[in-house]
Design a protein around this ligand. Structure first.
Ligand SMILES: [Zn+2]
Length: 328
């Protein structure tokens, strides 16, 4: 947030311009999907968009100072409702969706629109999406549904076809480092984070603020290097050290899985943005293994997650995973 209370959305200038044009042209979508990698600022942008829609100063929206903007900044606006997450994976229950549908029928309190936000909608179940379908297909004139998700594929085609989908992109490394310095980190810290996560400000901030995440990143990075040289002993050593705590292990495996994904994309010569924490190590993996083998390895990691969810012990899980990775 800057001093005005407007969320500072870094980069993404073309997208902000397009949304502003929609507002001035009175063509705001009734359903908007903001998609992009975790940490690239989708939720911040959803908040900015809510302010854009409801700001009382139409010509300079979002102004950040009017009553509507201030209430949205504090997440206390009666016409901007966040759907509650539920369940282990953080989806939305059908009951929550029904409650939101009920709310969508109610006229706005403070303005022309009511905005309903479904953030991190990647785990939204088919049942919950179906329950929402009618509201998105035939929305009340004053209702606007905003979704954030990592991929467009998270939503059903029937729901997606009624939405305006917009990509939110990581910013340049220089822009990212400038934002991190503004957030109070030193230039050296900003550089160490951007070397890991490029222009993904959210991931860089998590990395700099969370010592446990730094440790998980170091381990995922070392694991990738060990896999590239098929050092089974080192992999087992690293994984066993992480297995003392299941949350640490899950975080490490998630980061390692993104390294496998990056390596697969690299060897397919895709130009998708990388998601992992160690680009050189992902390149070493890509040089060593075919995309097919890397996908099998991803399958082994997915199985390890299923084991952990199914209450298989962490040490047993990591030894099975190491053996499976070596066999891929
Ligand atoms: Zn305003």
């Amino acid at each position: 947030m800057n001093t005005n209370g407007i969320p500072e959305v870094a980069g993404n200038a073309a997208l902000l311009r397009e949304l502003r044009l929609m507002k001035t042209g009175a063509h705001l979508p009734h359903a908007l999907l903001l998609h992009g990698p975790a940490g690239c600022g989708k939720k911040l942008l959803a908040k900015w968009f809510s302010m854009l829609v409801l700001c009382e100063h139409a010509s300079e929206a979002p102004c950040g100072i009017c009553r509507n903007c201030r209430l949205i900044a504090e997440e206390a606006h009666p016409d901007v409702l966040y759907a509650e997450h539920s369940g282990k994976k953080g989806g939305f229950s059908v009951d929550t969706v029904r409650r939101i549908r009920g709310e969508a029928a109610i006229l706005p309190n403070n303005g022309d629109m009511r905005i309903f936000l479904f953030t991190d909608a990647d785990e939204m179940s088919i049942q919950a999406q179906n329950a929402l379908l009618k509201s998105v297909e035939e929305p009340p004139a004053h209702a606007c549904f905003v979704f954030t998700a990592e991929t467009v594929g998270a939503l059903l085609p029937t729901l997606l076809s009624r939405m305006t989908a917009e990509a939110v992109c990581p910013v340049t490394t220089a822009e990212c480092e400038a934002e991190l310095c503004k957030a109070g980190f030193s230039a050296a810290e900003a550089q160490s984070a951007s070397a890991r996560f490029g222009g993904n400000i959210g991931k860089c901030l998590n990395y700099l603020r969370d010592a446990a995440m730094q440790q998980a990143v170091e381990t995922a990075s070392a694991l990738t290097e060990a896999l590239a040289v098929q050092n089974e002993y080192e992999m087992l050593r690293l994984l066993t050290a992480s297995a003392s705590d299941k949350d640490t292990l899950r975080q490490t495996l998630s980061l390692f899985d993104l390294q496998l994904r990056d390596a697969a994309v690299l060897s397919l010569e895709g130009d998708l943005p990388r998601l992992g924490c160690d680009a050189p190590a992902a390149r070493a993996l890509a040089a060593k293994y075919s995309p097919r083998r890397l996908m099998k390895m991803h399958g082994a990691v997915t199985e390890a997650f299923a084991d952990l969810d199914g209450n298989v012990g962490a040490v047993l899980t990591v030894s099975a995973l190491t053996a499976a990775l070596m066999a891929c």
